[in-house]
Ligand binder design. Structure first.
Ligand code: NAD
Length: 389
């Protein structure tokens, strides 16, 4: 297997096997990162999370060929003294743990701020005190709104890249007012980024900050009432998948006019592995990780998903495949949104030579095939039980 060959970093030096403390390893990104590290590297993973459904195939129990390579540590980083020991045992800590679903930002702002800022503090502190490297997951939401969004709607400058392209070391972070509690998440992530950066500057912490731009793929979030709470509102990919599986119209918030770039999880994970294995190129940097070529409005995303799902499932689309809902109906008071998010790729390209590969159409095909296979029968069962009671 690939794992047996002597692996080299981007500068031609051999990569020594690392012990990695991965916090939030049981989530969407964590599950893909664990799979990739197990399949293609020799690194050892200490997987930390409060639940492990998405990595059960790797840890419960670990298959014989992975013996000694991965272990699961069920703990809540809010209040567990084992955390420091695990960070000390590792060469590198990757922190993915967070509340990161937009439906929570304005309805559970305290939990959101605690999770994204307060709960991350001990992780940063233990890494700094013990001179351990940290890869911390932030978000593209730290950019907030584009500069161009404050110009009149048809202003020609809106088309100039400098008014919308988001650059790690140059673009400002532009959030709405405090009453728009949506920004609680972005603001907490911004402050933990600033704290990590300051630990680097003042105490020599070796860090890398990742700003994901809408990574999507299999195992993202949950389908309400099947493997998550029936009243839960996951991120947009799972919301639309849920509507398609139930043959309901897709709900477009505020006309679905926001523009987003979507990147395939497996492309994005390759960037993370490059960061892990090339510390000299990754330390001290903040990296955008996204696919600027995969830009659509949320309305266009809904249209594409409807078409792709029809092919995948063999079911014709509904006559009215989409309906409009207001953000206050869907998300409640205090919602707000970023208008457009195009990642500048200069830094990650120069430092790590990374480029995304998968076009949106292809990644939706793979993902919706997975959603259909994984959930269709369970959704049918759940719907017939619900109508019987
Ligand atoms: P996810 O919700 O699937 O994964 C987060 C994991 O962290 C979950 O398994 C959760 O159980 C765990 N966790 C949360 N709090 C914990 C605690 N106190 N103790 C132990 N475990 C805890 O989300 P994801 O999509 O995998 O995102 C991972 C990181 O990337 C987050 O920090 C998120 O803000 C960031 N991010 C992701 C995206 C994306 O496109 N997926 C975009 C922007 C930012």
């Amino acid at each position: 297997p690939a794992a047996a060959a002597a692996p080299l970093d981007l500068d031609g030096n051999s990569v020594a096997p690392l012990t990695i403390c991965m916090i939030g390893a049981g989530g969407f990104i964590g599950s893909h990162l664990c799979e990739k590290l197990m399949a293609e590297t020799r690194h050892v993973v200490l997987a930390v999370d409060v639940y492990c459904d998405k990595i059960r195939h790797l840890v419960d129990p670990a298959p014989p060929h992975l013996a000694g390579r991965i272990s699961f540590h069920r703990l809540n980083i809010k209040n567990d003294s084992r955390l420091e020991g695990l960070i000390k045992m590792a060469d590198l800590t990757i922190n993915l743990a967070a509340i990161c679903t937009p439906a929570d930002y304005n309805t559970r702002p305290l939990d959101t701020i605690y999770s994204n800022f307060i709960d991350a503090l001990p992780v940063v502190k233990y890494c700094s005190e013990n001179s351990k490297r940290l890869i911390h997951f932030s978000t593209c939401e730290v950019y907030g709104k584009t500069i161009g969004s404050f110009l009149p709607k048809d202003h020609p400058l809106r088309k100039e890249p400098e008014f919308y392209v988001l650059k790690e070391d140059e673009s400002p972070c532009i959030f709405g007012p405090i009453v728009k509690q949506r920004w609680s998440y972005a603001c907490a992530k911004q402050l933990i980024e600033r704290l990590i950066f300051a630990e680097g500057a003042e105490n020599g912490l070796e860090f890398t900050i990742v700003r994901p731009f809408n990574w999507i793929g299999p195992r993202m979030d949950f389908i309400p009432g099947v493997d998550g709470p029936s009243e839960g509102v996951p991120r947009v990919l799972a919301c639309f998948s849920n509507n398609l599986l139930r043959r309901e119209p897709l709900k477009l918030v505020d006309g679905g006019q926001s523009q987003r770039t979507f990147v395939y999880i497996k492309d994005a994970i390759e960037a993370v592995v490059l960061m892990i294995e090339n510390p000299a190129r990754a330390n001290g940097h903040i990296f955008n990780v996204g696919n600027p070529d995969n830009e659509v409005t949320v309305r266009e995303l809904a249209q594409m998903m409807t078409e792709v799902y029809a092919n995948v499932s063999g079911e014709a689309p509904l006559d009215e495949p989409m309906i409009d809902v207001s953000s206050s109906q869907f998300y409640g008071e205090g919602y707000d949104d970023s208008d457009k998010r195009i990642p500048d790729m200069t830094i990650i390209n120069k430092q790590l030579g990374w480029n995304p590969k998968t076009p949106l159409k292809d990644l939706l095909e793979t993902t919706l095939t997975y959603q259909h296979k994984t959930y269709k029968e369970a959704v049918k069962r759940q719907m017939s039980q619900a109508s019987a009671t």
